[in-house]
Design a protein around this ligand. Structure first.
Ligand SMILES: *[C@@H]1O[C@H](CO)[C@@H](O)[C@H](O)[C@H]1NC(C)=O
Ligand SMILES: *[C@@H]1O[C@H](CO)[C@@H](O)[C@H](O)[C@H]1NC(C)=O
Ligand SMILES: *[C@@H]1O[C@H](CO)[C@@H](O)[C@H](O)[C@H]1NC(C)=O
Ligand SMILES: *[C@@H]1O[C@H](CO)[C@@H](O)[C@H](O)[C@H]1NC(C)=O
Ligand SMILES: *[C@@H]1O[C@H](CO)[C@@H](O)[C@H](O)[C@H]1NC(C)=O
Ligand SMILES: *[C@@H]1O[C@H](CO)[C@@H](O)[C@H](O)[C@H]1NC(C)=O
Ligand SMILES: *[C@@H]1O[C@H](CO)[C@@H](O)[C@H](O)[C@H]1NC(C)=O
Ligand SMILES: *[C@@H]1O[C@H](CO)[C@@H](O)[C@H](O)[C@H]1NC(C)=O
Ligand SMILES: *[C@@H]1O[C@H](CO)[C@@H](O)[C@H](O)[C@H]1NC(C)=O
Ligand SMILES: *[C@@H]1O[C@H](CO)[C@@H](O)[C@H](O)[C@H]1NC(C)=O
Ligand SMILES: *[C@@H]1O[C@H](CO)[C@@H](O)[C@H](O)[C@H]1NC(C)=O
Ligand SMILES: *[C@@H]1O[C@H](CO)[C@@H](O)[C@H](O)[C@H]1NC(C)=O
Length: 385
């Protein structure tokens, strides 16, 4: 079921709230339910939807059992506008409780968000467990950014176990990274991800940062490979692509704060260097330095994707080629049984690979299933040029 269906269904099934005054001694759920649809010209249908949808009673219970939470509650108008903008076939909320629950929990944060003293921009993990939202505070005005949309906090209700922030738009959890790659026109990366059989891994990020090279970036590196008679097969590509995924979420705000960092990647043993000089964020793997290739520059930052964040970069990142080959050790960490000979071929004795990427059990497992040691073959071939 499409997200739009769920949200429309929420809007349609939502009824007027109960009549009683909200106050700081009530829970967030009680306060939202207490709001009267017809009185203030505002309605807070999320709680009504919560109440009506038996399938998400666990969400209500979770909210009630939490001590110190934030609930972003869209107004009735927000739901109506969303439904109008997304005229899709209506389905019942209960037909996909898991998705309903996910949408609802994307409207929650596990701590009490008070605007005072907050930075101008930050990224906050939402209650659905695997997603983030951008929260900007400007002169006390709070704006939320998600998946290309935004919402403004128009009212706040302190509650006994947290706070309700009333918002003027329905929040939509970010789509999979693959959907965002499509939206951003990163066709070559999509093709490469498919060729490397990593589509499901990229779709299934968990607490990770994806650096996504532009089409031109790939043209450059594929042209380089071609003019040097290198064939980048699926296993090699998987290694290169894996070097573009960093466990943990590094938003622009994090990189600006740390300025210089050496970030571990899912290509075990290979880190990417990141620098922020006050205007640009640049990245380079040791391979770029060795081959005298320019660092990559982030051209578009902070695209929220399911399970993390994506930054678009203008060059393909190349890991340390020497370490993988010259030492004779498989520093990709992929498989101690694999060897790379001077011909630029890698032999993997038992065809298995190990990976230590920790970004996601599922993505790490899938990524690890690629024999990444073969990246050494690229290295050897490049070194022979
Ligand atoms: C909302 O308030 C109006 C005016 O006080 C009242 O007539 C109406 O019954 C209330 N609606 C609900 C659902 O409590
Ligand atoms: C909230 O609870 C406190 C302490 O129990 C009480 O003094 C206060 O009157 C209550 N406020 C409201 C609005 O009910
Ligand atoms: C509640 O959340 C606020 C803001 O995140 C935090 O400062 C405070 O310590 C928390 N209180 C408790 C009791 O956890
Ligand atoms: C918020 O979204 C609206 C509607 O899409 C858009 O017109 C507006 O420019 C956005 N505001 C910001 C600050 O991005
Ligand atoms: C592609 O990856 C999936 C896991 O996502 C795996 O089950 C499948 O065997 C892989 N196919 C090939 C040809 O490697
Ligand atoms: C690539 O292969 C072509 C044709 O076999 C050959 O002429 C050319 O010298 C090779 N280039 C390199 C860099 O090995
Ligand atoms: C995300 O990953 C980073 C790096 O592995 C880790 O330090 C952090 O605890 C993780 N956060 C969550 C919420 O899983
Ligand atoms: C990356 O940074 C570390 C120190 O932060 C440095 O030792 C290393 O040489 C850098 N790597 C490259 C390729 O410049
Ligand atoms: C290869 O790796 C092993 C174990 O990490 C290490 O002890 C050894 O010194 C390495 N050899 C070379 C040539 O780097
Ligand atoms: C390497 O080969 C040995 C002997 O065949 C095997 O026991 C071991 O599990 C292999 N290691 C990996 C990581 O595949
Ligand atoms: C290069 O490849 C050929 C053919 O596979 C093989 O016979 C030869 O031993 C290889 N050379 C080295 C140094 O591995
Ligand atoms: C990719 O190329 C390397 C080196 O030529 C080879 O060992 C490996 O089996 C190839 N993998 C695939 C999936 O073709």
């Amino acid at each position: 079921m499409q997200l739009a269906n769920v949200v429309s269904a929420l809007a349609i099934t939502a009824l007027a709230g109960l009549a009683s005054a909200q106050n700081a001694n009530n829970t967030v759920v009680a306060n939202v339910q207490a709001l009267n649809h017809t009185v203030d010209g505002k309605d807070y249908t999320l709680a009504t939807a919560l109440k009506l949808a038996g399938s998400v009673q666990p969400v209500v219970d979770a909210l009630n059992n939490s001590k110190n939470i934030t609930l972003f509650a869209p107004t009735d108008d927000a739901f109506k506008a969303f439904g109008a903008a997304n005229p899709v076939q209506l389905v019942t909320v209960t037909s996909d409780p898991a998705l309903t629950q996910k949408v609802l929990l994307y409207h929650t944060v596990g701590s009490k968000f008070l605007p005072a003293g907050q930075p101008a921009k930050q990224f906050i993990k939402t209650g659905d467990g695997n997603n983030w939202i951008q929260v900007d505070v400007n002169s006390g005005k709070v704006m939320l950014f998600f998946n290309g949309g935004n919402a403004t906090v128009i009212d706040s209700i302190p509650s006994s176990n947290g706070i309700v922030h009333v918002i003027d738009n329905v929040l939509q959890p970010p789509p999979s990274a693959v959907d965002d790659l499509k939206k951003e026109g990163l066709d070559t990366l999509i093709t490469q991800v498919q060729a490397a059989n990593l589509t499901s891994a990229v779709s299934d990020l968990n607490n990770a940062t994806l650096f996504a090279p532009t089409n031109n970036a790939f043209d450059t590196v594929l042209g380089f490979a071609k003019s040097n008679n290198l064939t980048l097969n699926a296993t090699m590509l998987a290694g290169i692509l894996r070097f573009h995924v960093v466990p943990g979420t590094y938003f622009s705000t994090d990189i600006a704060a740390i300025k210089t960092a050496k970030l571990a990647t899912l290509l075990a043993g290979q880190s990417v260097n990141v620098t922020y000089d006050g205007s640009d964020v640049k990245l380079y793997g040791a391979g770029q330095t060795a081959l005298k290739l320019a660092p990559a520059t982030v051209t578009k930052a902070d695209i929220l994707v399911a399970g993390g964040v994506m930054h678009i970069i203008d060059a393909v990142l190349i890991p340390d080629l020497n370490a993988a080959v010259v030492s004779g050790n498989d520093t990709t960490g992929a498989n101690p049984n694999s060897t790379t000979n001077a011909n630029g071929t890698t032999t993997t004795n038992n065809g298995t690979a190990t990976g230590t990427g920790s970004a996601s059990k599922s993505s790490a497992a899938v990524l690890a299933s690629s024999a990444l040691s073969v990246f050494g073959a690229v290295a050897a071939a490049v070194l022979l040029i």
